[in-house]
Write a protein that binds this ligand. Structure first.
Ligand code: ADP
Ligand code: TYD
Length: 196
């Protein structure tokens, strides 16, 4: 099963991915935990750009994210043969973030060949709460992590989720503005029907 976590920076994607991974392993499932941008060649270039160490135009950045995903796709497909794959961000991030500067139809086009997740979990957390979490916990702030930008990205997420639900995507929205444990319980509940 291919599970994706999505949300704005600081909404708890990494935290919830890891806890869900442990939860599934405890129940005897084989789990592959992964994230985008990846740690591979293209992912490393992307991280430099996110830290502001390198500048380039937003359309090129969008393509880099898609190229990184293309490499990632081979690994995910292989792992899906015998594991639950939990991915911290996937192409909805490409839409919600790069939509700030690049036309959505183009973004959908460059992601069109990638595997459709079985379930996408959107963690809904107010941008002010996310900003506070980021400021308290990070030594550096990345390019998308200003309050105004997080607000715009959240709006983009809500818009694209509505569109993709209509197109038959399985997208769950979970209130992530509560404790880590409570959020985890809600995540597990939404997976109940898949874990027997
Ligand atoms: P993301 O991967 O979405 O950027 P993280 O999982 O890295 O977010 O979480 C960002 C920070 O917020 C971390 O320091 C994490 O410990 C903290 N955090 C995560 N979930 C919660 C929560 N439910 N309540 C309070 N703090 C949280
Ligand atoms: P993040 O998920 O916070 O990773 P880390 O915890 O390693 O900093 O950072 C990834 C950033 O990249 C985040 O701001 C979202 C952004 N992003 C895009 O803009 N487009 C994409 O396609 C993906 C996968 C991520």
């Amino acid at each position: 099963m291919f599970i994706v976590f999505e949300g704005i920076d600081g909404s708890g994607l990494t935290t919830q991915s890891k806890i869900l991974g442990k939860y599934l392993e405890k129940r005897g499932k084989k789990v592959f935990l992964t994230k985008e941008p990846t740690e591979n060649l293209i992912g490393k270039i992307i991280r430099k750009i996110l830290k502001g160490q390198r500048k380039l135009n937003q359309e090129t950045l969008a393509l880099l994210f898609a190229a990184d995903r293309s490499m990632h796709m081979d690994i995910i497909k292989e792992r899906l043969k015998d594991s639950f794959v939990i991915c911290d961000r996937y192409y909805f991030s490409n839409y919600a973030y790069q939509m700030l500067d690049v036309e959505i139809e183009y973004l959908i086009q460059i992601n069109s060949r990638f595997l459709k997740p079985d379930l996408t979990i959107f963690l809904n957390v107010p941008p002010e709460v996310c900003k506070k979490r980021i400021d308290e916990n990070r030594e550096h702030i990345e390019i998308f992590e200003t309050l105004e930008t997080l607000e715009r990205i959240k709006k983009n997420y809500l818009e694209i989720m509505e569109r993709f639900r209509r197109e038959g995507f399985n997208i769950a929205e979970i209130d992530g503005n509560r404790s880590i444990e409570e959020t985890h319980e809600a995540v597990v509940k939404c997976l109940e029907k898949y874990i027997k």
